[in-house]
Design a protein around this ligand. Structure first.
Ligand code: ATP
Ligand code: MG
Length: 483
């Protein structure tokens, strides 16, 4: 009997039945991952009180209605690493419709991957229903067992393109399957605020301790399903200063080109996360190292393929990282304005050389660059106006006499334009003296400010065009005006 019991424990059966209770008992799916290791509070130290009020209210409400509900993903990872989570995600066995029905301020979003946003005050918690992996075969008889989440349209819920990329990921499953469909082991940890236990199906806690990034399952297949996972692996490696495990790292270089099949809007979102992670400089360096930049990420191409602009862009990214780490806001428009500035410069000068006056030439260049990049980078239109304002201010910083500097100072976006100018000076594009002058000019007041102004340059003398003289009458006096 005892032998039998030990055997059951070793084979994981006992854990299995526990996990089954936790997940609402779904049996769907042929390929089920290992059972969870349950880690008690005393061994990990993450207390219920560290979970945000909104996430707690979501898990408590769902659990109160008999559903399984856990805090998952980045928040658990960050709390275990003693970092402050950016936001909280919840996973549950309730369907999006069921979740929607429980929270007044909630809405279902997404198509490829349907989730529910639950709002409490200013906080939003993302609630996702347990997903089964894409290769999970859902049998007919299992469909009933899994409850209302499954229907006849399984194919429509999980489709791939010709490269194996998942076009939809809406096949619901149980907690084990949900752990297995996640990307990295450290992102597949579930925290139950009621028991303060962590459920770990893939050795994520060990990987966290050993500072290692490991893709769950076969990395090649996982990257094919979703090439963005390659970017995520590199982003987390840079942000957490973790090593990417060799089998997870190796295929990245070979499969890099799969990123070309990712819809530009999704790539743009991921790039924005990367640039605003507070570790943009390190991430960009690592992306280069992994061969993930060239020709693959339009935004990065722009950054890395302008030798002149590289210093400027790297400085801008360094600045952004510092601001984010200091908890200050960063404007994406400012960031994009820096990324594209050298494109604007190199477009502007030839237009000017073609005889167009400097300012109209700049405006022409800005429009051309934005138009060209709109397609490539899919920079949302709403940023275009702010970017143009920052760029258009730049020549005005070079005018330091009369009322013009005062007028520039009064512009609502002056600060962004000035920060941009300082970056240009720091990168060596402009003399540092110009930036210093503007710093002093802002700080000075009244007479001291006026004293800094440069003398007006003497107005150019306008040459009067002489009337052509009548032929053969070189000495004739001007004709008398008509009466
Ligand atoms: P961050 O701190 O940037 O929010 P995160 O890990 O929470 O990091 P999210 O994009 O919020 O990232 O995703 C939440 C969780 O969803 C992840 O931790 C991971 O478990 C899972 N996930 C996200 N994107 C993918 C993906 N492309 N493939 C598989 N699982 C993913
Ligand atoms: Mg997150």
């Amino acid at each position: 009997m005892i032998k039998k019991l030990i055997g059951r424990v070793l084979s994981g059966e006992i854990f299995k039945s526990r996990a089954k209770r936790d997940t609402g008992g779904s049996r769907a799916g042929a390929k089920v991952a290992k059972t969870a290791k349950i880690i008690a509070y005393k061994d990990h130290g993450v207390a219920r009180g560290q979970i945000s009020a909104c996430a707690l209210s979501v898990t408590d409400t769902l659990q109160g209605k008999g559903y399984a509900a856990f805090v998952v993903g980045g928040a658990v990872r960050d709390l275990l690493l003693k970092r402050v989570p950016k936001d909280f995600d919840v996973a549950t066995n309730a369907t999006p419709e069921e979740v929607r029905g429980l929270f007044r301020r909630s809405r279902i979003i997404g198509r490829r991957f349907q989730i529910v946003h639950v709002m409490c005050g200013r906080e939003t918690v993302e609630v996702s229903t347990f997903r089964a992996g894409h290769d999970t075969q859902v049998k007919e008889d299992d469909a009933e067992d899994a409850g209302s989440a499954r229907g006849a349209d399984q194919n429509d819920r999980s489709r791939t393109d010709e490269h194996g990329r998942l076009l939809r990921d809406n096949v619901f499953g149980n907690q084990q399957q949900d752990a297995t469909r996640r990307d990295l082991t450290i992102n597949a940890l579930f925290y139950d605020p009621a028991t303060q236990e962590v459920h770990d199906y893939h050795g994520g806690v060990k990987d966290l301790h050993e500072r290692r990034l490991r893709m769950i399952g076969d990395p090649v297949q996982r990257y094919r399903e979703d090439p963005v996972r390659m970017l995520r692996a590199v982003r987390f490696a840079a942000a957490l200063d973790f090593e990417i495990d060799a089998p997870t790292r190796k295929p990245i270089n070979e499969l890099a080109e799969l990123l070309q099949n990712v819809p530009p809007a999704r790539l743009f979102d991921e790039m924005l996360k990367l640039l605003l992670s507070g570790h943009a400089v390190e991430t960009v360096k690592r992306l280069r190292k992994e061969g993930l930049h060239h020709g693959l990420l339009p935004l990065l191409d722009v950054i890395l393929e302008q030798p002149l602009g590289e210093r400027f862009v790297m400085l801008a990214l360094k600045n952004t990282d510092l601001r984010i780490r200091a908890g200050k806001g960063v404007s994406p428009a400012f960031l994009f304005a820096t990324l594209l500035w050298h494109e604007v410069l190199s477009t502007w000068k030839p237009i000017e050389a073609g005889g167009v006056p400097p300012i109209p030439a700049l405006f022409k260049a800005m429009d051309q660059v934005l138009q060209l990049q709109a397609e490539k980078l899919t920079i949302p239109r709403r940023y275009g106006g702010d970017m143009k304002e920052i760029w258009a201010m730049q020549p005005r910083f070079e005018q330091r006499s009369g009322r013009r500097p005062h007028r520039l100072l009064e512009l609502p976006r002056f600060r962004a334009g000035y920060d941009f100018l300082l970056l240009r000076c720091e990168s060596g594009e402009l003399a540092s003296e110009l930036g210093e002058w503007w710093t002093k000019f802002q700080e000075a007041d009244g007479g001291a400010r006026d004293a800094l102004l440069m003398p007006e340059s003497a107005p150019k003398k306008r040459r009067r065009r002489r009337k052509p003289r009548a032929q053969g009458d070189a000495t004739s006096a001007p004709a008398a005006p008509d009466a």
